[in-house]
Design a protein around this ligand. Structure first.
Ligand code: NAD
Ligand code: RM4
Length: 254
């Protein structure tokens, strides 16, 4: 059964990792997909090609989510290509691991801007379009297990992920009257570019694996199903919710 037939899905930061898996998962479920990406064209174009090979339409729009204009531009280009926006997956994020006491100001500011301001303006731009269309929609933000727990080298990052989680709670209220649902997924530790260097530390990686009841760290594709579900009408009465997708890591105290 295809869950997103006829829908237009937008995904930020979708040339790699979780965003890419979500974009391809949406296409496998019958959606046309617009992806935002920040850096090199190659991975974005290969994501577009993968979606087209599935028989769906796709466009890639370059832009830095930290700039509020990027959100307006992304939504406008998606509407130009596909006529509407049904789903926004706000996924783009960075986590430059760094100790707290000597954290550079620019690293803090950039992390806040990309992860939190970026999500805010993307969600707002998508919601403005959905309200104009008048037939509701679904917004899924990629928060994190780190919205609920801390990280020694993530003091600039975990507040942004708690912020994204909180943003979905407030927008669920603000947008409910328009039939727009807002939820977040909270991935645990997923093997992607964002933590490649951090997990190159074998001891740390083994510790994270041992904390995970399902016995392995996640793959980007582990997020595709939960994101597609929340995006789809299967989740028609789900809003303001947060879904941990972490192999059980969060509940594993002892
Ligand atoms: P990733 O590095 O593969 O993906 C992040 C994507 O965001 C990249 O494609 C990157 O180019 C893009 N991006 C970064 N800055 C951007 C900007 N300014 N504008 C537009 N795009 C930008 O890593 P990932 O793990 O797939 O990360 C995706 C999301 O998942 C992030 O928000 C991250 O916080 C979240 N997350 C990841 C994990 C994990 O363990 N990997 C766990 C919890 C949450
Ligand atoms: C997540 C979580 C993971 C980490 C990534 C970067 O939110 O903390 O363990 O690897 O961020």
């Amino acid at each position: 059964m295809k869950l997103l037939e006829g829908k237009t899905v937008l995904v930020t930061g979708a040339s790699t990792g979780i965003g890419r898996a979500a974009a391809i998962g949406a296409a496998q479920h019958g959606a046309d997909v617009a992806i935002n990406y920040a850096h090199s064209d190659g991975p974005a174009q290969s994501c577009v090609a993968e979606i087209e090979a599935l028989g769906q339409r796709a466009i890639a729009v370059k832009g830095d989510v930290a700039d509020p204009q990027t959100a307006q531009d992304f939504v406008a280009k998606a509407v130009e290509a596909f006529g509407k926006v049904d789903v926004m997956v706000s996924n783009a994020g960075i986590c430059p691991f760094h100790a707290f006491l000597d954290m550079p100001v620019d690293v803090v500011e950039r992390t806040f801007k990309v992860n939190l301001h970026g999500a805010y303006f993307m969600v707002q731009a998508a919601a403005q379009q959905m309200v104009k269309q008048g037939h509701g929609g679904s917004i899924v933000a990629v928060s994190s297990i780190s919205a609920l727990v801390g990280g020694e080298y993530q003091t600039h990052y975990t507040p942004t992920k708690a912020g994204v989680h909180s943003l979905m709670q407030s927008t669920a209220i603000a947008l409910g009257k328009h039939g727009i649902r807002c939820n977040s997924v909270l991935p645990g530790t997923i093997l992607t570019e964002i933590n490649k260097d951090d997990l190159a530390d074998v001891e740390k990686r083994q510790y994270m694996e041992a904390r995970t009841p399902l016995g392995r760290l996640g793959q980007p594709e582990d997020l595709a199903g939960p994101i597609v579900f929340l995006a789809s009408d299967m989740a028609a009465y789900v809003t303001g919710a947060a879904l941990l997708v972490d192999g059980g890591m969060y509940v594993n105290l002892q």
